[in-house]
Design a protein around this ligand. Structure first.
Ligand SMILES: NC(=O)c1ccc[n+]([C@@H]2O[C@H](COP(=O)([O-])OP(=O)(O)OC[C@H]3O[C@@H](n4cnc5c(N)ncnc54)[C@H](O)[C@@H]3O)[C@@H](O)[C@H]2O)c1
Length: 317
């Protein structure tokens, strides 16, 4: 049995608690959260509650999930690594590049599994889309357009929408195009949030290939879509409903006909946590290592610079 713990048991962390308490290979040894109302959650899942995460680390869990606010990821992850504990940190890995890189080298030096929760990588519709691309069914991928919009839920205050949600799409588009963009141009504004809450990012890749991301906390409807234009076919992946459509040309080549592809629906967070548990048990590398999350962070930080400067910004520049 792998001893596991959860640090930060709010809106996302409570799902980590539920799933880790159910995974067969795990024993949930405790949860840590300064909000004492979380003690009830610990009782519900028959585990121990700590207001102070140091006490949880003293139990020497073999893996912790960190789902506290992004601003605290660095402090909490560093403490876990120093205590020799493998970790899954919720996305974004951090809001600071130097701190994220420091965490990666600390984890490497201690040979600790350090995964980041880019949950959409575990979405079965995204996995089916990735497979289509790898099999060449769409031809060469030319553009990927992601839409992630919905109403603001009032929880995330420490970062704007680019770091909070855009990091999913930057990661996905880079994964689907097989490389990191070279430049990014962003426009946006704020209406309901202290930071930007609506943004459009244009990502420029090599050879004119492009990614476009629209992010909003001002929309009345919730949509999470990926539209892929390939040299042979188009595809539309609905991440929220786990559906995938491929658009085929009809016999007269005058219309594109949607053809649904089979997606076996499943809970992405369960797949993500099971995968990280397996990495720790078998010593295999995680599907989403922290290094990949750093690449997405670099692009998001360039997008934030672009929002300020009004110019396209070099990634990593
Ligand atoms: N992968 C995803 O799809 C996804 C979805 C939502 C949130 N997230 C990420 O999860 C993280 C938390 O977001 P949320 O929406 O659950 O926020 P939240 O505010 O609902 O929960 C955060 C929890 O962390 C606790 N906390 C604060 N300080 C702490 C400390 N020092 N030690 C331990 N716990 C502490 C808070 O009391 C709260 O219970 C963020 O990084 C966010 O980006 C990821």
């Amino acid at each position: 049995m792998l001893k596991v713990g959860v640090i930060g048991a709010g809106s996302m962390g409570r799902h980590h608690v539920r799933i880790l308490s159910e995974l067969e290979q795990c024993e949930l040894v405790g949860i840590a959260d300064p909000d004492e109302s979380r003690e009830e959650l610990a009782q519900q899942y028959k585990t121990r509650y700590f207001a102070d995460y140091h006490e949880l680390l003293q139990l020497k869990p073999q893996l912790v999930s960190i789902a506290a606010p992004t601003k605290l990821h660095y402090e909490l992850a560093r403490a876990a690594i120093r205590a020799g504990v493998n970790l899954l940190v919720e996305k974004p890995v951090s809001d600071d590049l130097a701190q994220a890189r420091e965490l990666v080298s600390l984890a490497e030096a201690r040979q600790i599994v350090f995964a980041v929760g880019h949950i959409e990588r575990f979405n079965p519709a995204v996995q089916a889309l990735k497979q289509l691309i790898e099999l060449g069914e769409l031809g060469q991928v030319l553009t990927v357009h992601n839409l992630r919009v919905g109403p603001y839920h009032g929880r995330i205050l420490d970062t704007g929408i680019v770091l909070d949600l855009g990091v999913h799409d930057v990661d996905l588009i880079s994964m689907l195009l097989g490389e990191q963009p070279q430049r990014v141009f962003a426009t946006g504004f704020k209406r309901v949030h202290p930071h930007e809450d609506h943004a459009v990012l244009q990502l420029a890749f090599k050879d004119g290939r492009a990614g476009v991301i629209e992010l909003s906390w001002n929309a009345p409807y919730r949509m999470r879509n990926i539209l892929v234009s390939g040299s042979r076919r188009y595809a539309m992946c609905d991440m929220a409903n786990q559906r995938l459509m491929v658009y085929e040309e009809n016999e007269d080549f005058d219309r594109l006909m949607p053809e649904p592809r089979t997606v076996l629906k499943s809970e992405p967070l369960r797949a993500e946590l099971a995968s990280v548990v397996n990495c720790v048990l078998t010593g295999t590398p995680p599907l989403c290592p922290a290094e990949d999350s750093i690449k997405a962070l670099e692009v998001c930080l360039a997008a934030l610079r672009s929002l300020d400067s009004g110019q396209a910004e070099k990634v990593g520049g």
